[in-house]
Ligand binder design. Structure first.
Ligand SMILES: *[C@@H]1O[C@H](CO)[C@@H](O)[C@H](O)[C@H]1NC(C)=O
Ligand SMILES: *[C@@H]1O[C@H](CO)[C@@H](O)[C@H](O)[C@H]1NC(C)=O
Ligand SMILES: *[C@@H]1O[C@H](CO)[C@@H](O)[C@H](O)[C@H]1NC(C)=O
Ligand SMILES: *[C@@H]1O[C@H](CO)[C@@H](O)[C@H](O)[C@H]1NC(C)=O
Length: 469
């Protein structure tokens, strides 16, 4: 998770530009009727019929930092620079790190709490505070929470696999913006000791200014924020790795495997794992949940919503189609803003949006989301995920996940099937027979096959016909 000051400056400028430039390209617009075709081809940029909405983030949305043969870090601009709809998650930043085999990210500390998930590979992570120093083995599926201000390094100890991490940063100084502090200078980064006068440092360390100069501005040739390390150095780093027993003491930064518990939803069409803040001490104070979804081709994660958590979903492999219902928001002031050219993001605009009103209209937000791309699902917004000819895996970070629960709107056990006959009639205005059929014909819960997949399975023909499709 390293980043240089120069690069940060670049991002700031790029962000400023982005927020100025992104004007009218992220409108949310009324849905177009989806074609008869079950899965009409989607424009890659998301949105039915070429319309765009702000919930999809393609690869080009990322700012690339630190690109070198040793690795790179990609950072998503602050969510509010994309749309005011993300004010609720303005203090969260998403980042992605990839390290080549046998590399090392120099020790540093961010002014942000961090939660990261290992997507691929294995390595070693060291955490250092005034009180403690601990080194852990990390590997695919591990979730790590790092408190703000923790000095740490990460090393890819693998011989041939990259180490890939997806992370959420929660800045503690400036909402939606964080910095990184390095003790040692390297190619594009200065040491934080450069922030002090020689006299102060010389007295603080009780060494001559000359020695200090040699130490701080020593041989920097070839030193980088991410650098290659030798097999011997890897062996040395590994020496300090805490034992398994130690690991389970449940310190704030102890890694845990998200797959170590049973999936919360699982069948032949998909599996859903969730590390909930109520369950994992590491995530409790941040109120962030970490989820992992695996779907097989031709499956649907049926329409559902999270009561309080907004999910930032990053695709790890394959492609899937996200469909989401989003209420249209109306407001006199908002529309005026739009006519004058909307101003997305930026500081101090809170007042300008005024009260938002319900219009009763629903937008259908649709995106094809593939590996390396991201989709944001706001709290309480019903969403479905559909796979076609590829298996699909993604990790999700749930923001405000404390006491958030998931409600399913289809599949066996969906909440609407719990309405009794009179309630269904009052709600939907249809008789018992029709509503029974609609709400009880699906035998599967959570993950169900698509029509295409069902048709390949004779055993489901009867249900299929009965439902009148
Ligand atoms: C500073 O260093 C000198 C020489 O190494 C030593 O004699 C002295 O005690 C040190 N003073 C302090 C305050 O550390
Ligand atoms: C999910 O899918 C990925 C890639 O397809 C696979 O590597 C991983 O082991 C799967 N996770 C689980 C828990 O099955
Ligand atoms: C998808 O996953 C299933 C089971 O996990 C596997 O049998 C199948 O070969 C995979 N399909 C593809 C296209 O990778
Ligand atoms: C979650 O719910 C429990 C019990 O209903 C309550 O005691 C607790 O304060 C809630 N936590 C948060 C963060 O809202």
């Amino acid at each position: 998770m390293a980043m240089t000051r120069n690069n940060l400056l670049t991002i700031t400028i790029a962000l400023l530009f982005f927020s100025l430039a992104s004007g009218h390209s992220h409108r949310v617009v009324p849905p177009e009727t989806v074609a008869e075709d079950e899965f009409p081809p989607q424009p890659h940029a998301g949105g039915v019929g070429g319309w765009e909405h702000p919930f999809y983030f393609g690869q080009r949305s990322f700012q690339t930092l630190l690109r070198s043969k040793e690795g790179f870090m990609k950072l998503l601009p602050s969510f509010t620079s994309r749309s005011w709809l993300f004010r609720g998650i303005e203090n969260y930043r998403f980042a992605f790190l990839k390290m080549a085999p046998r590399t090392f990210v120099q020790p540093h500390h961010p002014d942000a709490d961090v939660v990261f998930v290992v997507l691929q590979g294995k390595g070693v992570a060291m955490f250092l505070t005034q009180e403690e120093k601990e080194t852990f083995h990390i590997e695919k599926g591990h979730v790590v929470r790092m408190p703000a201000g923790t000095t740490h390094y990460v090393a890819n100890t693998g011989d041939d696999e990259p180490l890939r991490l997806a992370a959420i940063f929660v800045p503690v100084n400036i909402p939606g913006s964080f910095q990184v502090f390095f003790p040692a200078a390297a190619e594009f980064q200065q040491s934080y000791f450069d922030g002090f006068s020689s006299k102060v440092l010389s007295a603080s360390f009780n060494v001559s200014e000359e020695l200090l100069g040699r130490f701080l501005r020593g041989p920097q040739t070839g030193r980088k924020a991410i650098q290659t390390i030798s097999p011997e150095e890897i062996k040395e780093l590994r020496k300090h790795v805490s034992s398994e027993k130690h690991k389970h003491q449940g310190r704030l930064w102890s890694p845990f495997d998200i797959h170590s518990q049973e999936p919360v939803y699982s069948n032949e069409f998909g599996r859903f794992y969730e590390a909930h803040p109520e369950r994992f001490r590491q995530l409790r104070d941040l109120g962030i949940s970490v989820t992992c979804i695996n779907m097989t081709q031709g499956s649907i994660f049926v329409p559902h919503f999270s009561s309080k958590a907004t999910f930032i979903v990053f695709v790890e492999s394959g492609c899937a189609r996200f469909e989401m219902a989003k209420p249209h928001i109306g407001s006199g002031q908002w529309q005026q803003q739009q006519q004058e050219g909307p101003q997305w993001g930026g500081q101090g605009q809170e007042q300008q949006w005024g009260e938002q009103e319900m219009t009763g209209k629903i937008h259908r937000v649709v995106s094809q989301v593939c590996k390396g791309e991201l989709f944001v699902i706001p709290a309480s917004h019903p969403v479905a995920i559909i796979t076609q000819d590829q298996n699909f895996t993604a990790v999700g970070f749930g923001i405000n996940a404390h006491n958030s629960s998931r409600t399913f709107l289809a599949g066996q056990g969906n909440i609407l099937s719990k309405l009794d006959t009179a309630e269904k009639r009052l709600t939907f205005g249809v008789g018992k027979e029709v509503s029974e059929r609609v709400f009880t014909s699906q035998d599967y819960s959570y993950f169900v096959p698509t029509h295409q997949r069902r048709q390949q399975k004779p055993s489901f023909q009867s249900i299929f016909n009965y439902a009148g499709y």
